[in-house]
Write a protein that binds this ligand. Structure first.
Ligand SMILES: [Cu+2]
Length: 164
């Protein structure tokens, strides 16, 4: 009997711990190929969330310097600015896209090559570290889905039924 209840407890714990990771789903991470000599790149992606969270950092083996950047209007000129985090809405999630929020890769030791993939770890305030894979696309080749900021909400509904 003791063995059985221990096994049941272990099962319950594993269910609980996996549920903790269901709060944030990262998808469609991509970057653009860089020309040699350019030491900067940017990563764009979509985050779906069951509960509000905040993206507070990013790490990747392709560079030691990955920063969260946003664009802001400075007298009609859009300029990049480093920021300490992006809010992830429970319904809206978070979309990083060209011309808006992005993860800046600085001091790249090697260029990013089209069709290459690389790992990226996102750090969330509540969900903790979440791993994703970034696909390097041809420069300027923005995926169609990211042109429509409202589309990702529909896909997110698929995850709404997850247990907490
Ligand atoms: Cu930037």
């Amino acid at each position: 009997m003791k063995m059985r209840s221990a096994a049941l407890m272990a099962l319950m714990l594993s269910v609980l711990s996996s549920a903790a990771y269901a709060d944030v789903i990262v998808h469609d991470a991509y970057s653009f190929a860089t020309v040699s000599g350019t030491k900067t790149g940017a990563v764009f992606l979509t985050v779906g969330a069951d509960a509000a969270d905040r993206l507070i950092g990013a790490e990747t083996p392709v560079t030691k310097r990955a920063e969260l950047h946003t664009h802001e209007d400075d007298n009609g000129v859009m300029k990049m600015r480093k920021t300490d985090g992006f809010d992830v809405g429970a319904d809206a999630g978070l979309t990083l896209k060209p011309g808006g929020h992005h993860i800046m890769l600085l001091d790249l030791p090697q260029p990013l090559v089209k069709d290459q993939t690389f790992p990226l770890t996102l750090v969330f305030e509540k969900a903790g570290k979440v791993e994703t894979t970034v696909l390097v696309r041809a420069a300027g080749d923005v995926p169609a889905d990211h042109d429509h900021g409202h589309d990702h909400g529909a896909g997110h509904d698929d995850h709404a039924g997850h247990a907490h």
